[in-house]
Design a protein around this ligand. Sequence first.
Ligand code: OGA
Ligand code: NI
Length: 314
Amino acid sequence: MAKIPTVDLSPFLREGYEDEKRKIVDTISKACCEYGFFQILNHGVPLDLTSQAVKVSKSFFESPNEAKLKCSPLPNVPVPAGYNKKPNPSYEFSEFLIMLPPGSDYNIFPDNPPEFREVMEELFSQFMKISMVIERILSECLGLPPRVLKEFNNDRSWDFLIAMFYLPATEKERIGANPHKDLSCFTIVLQNEVAGLEVQKDGEWILIAPQPGALVVNIGDALQVLTNDKFKSPRHRVVRPNGRSRNSFAFFHNLSGDKWIQPLPQFTKEIAEPPKYRPFLYKEYLQKRRESKSKHIARIEDEITISHYAIPEE
Ligand code: OGA
Ligand code: NI
C-alpha cells in the first residue's frame, strides 16, 4: 500500500548537516509532487505541548453544549473565531474552534478547561515557528531563491488554527470532513492516534497514518497558484472512526488577504511557460469559498474551487 513519506526534520533546526538537508529536500520534493502530503518528526514542537493540546481540546469538546455555545463567534466578524458546529455542510459531522493569531480581538476561548487558552496560544506560536522552517524547505524544493517566498508572504496575521473534534461514525454517515482542498499556502495538521485523514491519489483514498510525535504537512491552493501547478493542492477528507472520537488541529499558513496572487515569474516567464491562473485578490477567494459553503450547496462539485481562476488552455 502507498505510504506518505515521513522525514526527520532535526537537521533543519541546526547549522550545518548540508548532506542531510539535501536528502530531506529531495524526499519532500518527491512527496509534494506525488501526494501533496508528507509527515515530519523532530520538528521542534514540544511533544508535551501537543499531547496536552489534544487532551484539553478533547475535554472542551466533551463539555456540555451550553458551555460550548458560550464560545460562539461574535456576529458579523470576518472569520468566525470561536466554537462552530453547523450550519457548515462541509463540517456537518464535526465540531471545531477557530483561533486567529494570539492577541486578536476576535478570539474566543472557554473558561474550562482553564488552560485551554494558554495551550492554544502556545501551539499557535510553535506552529508559526515551524511553518517558517517548512516555508524555507519548500522554497528550496521549488528551486526558488531563498528569500522570494518569505518576502512575498511576510504577513502572518491571516494565519489561523482550528481545533477539531470528530464524533464516532454512525451507521448512516462515516464522513467527518468532505473531500476538499485547503486554501492555504500549506497546512500543518496535528492528529491524535485515531486514524481518519485520507488523501486522494489517482482515484484512490490513501490513509495518512497517525504516528506518535509526527505532524502532517500538506500543500494548499495558494502555493498551487504561485507555482503554476508545480505543487498541487491535494484533495483530502476525514473518515470518522468506529466507536471513537477523533481530535485534530490544523494550522493554515496563509498569505495576506490583501495580496494579489498569480503564478510567480520563476514558474512562467523565466521558463517560457504560460500562466495557468489569472491574478486575483486572495481574500476574494477566501470570501467566495466561505459563501459557497454557507449556501448549503447540495453537491460538493458545485463549490467554488481554485479552478475558478484558471485560464482556459488554448
Ligand atoms: C482541514 C483538514 C484534517 C483533519 O481542516 O482542512 O483537512 O485531520 N483537517 O482534521
Ligand atoms: Ni483540509
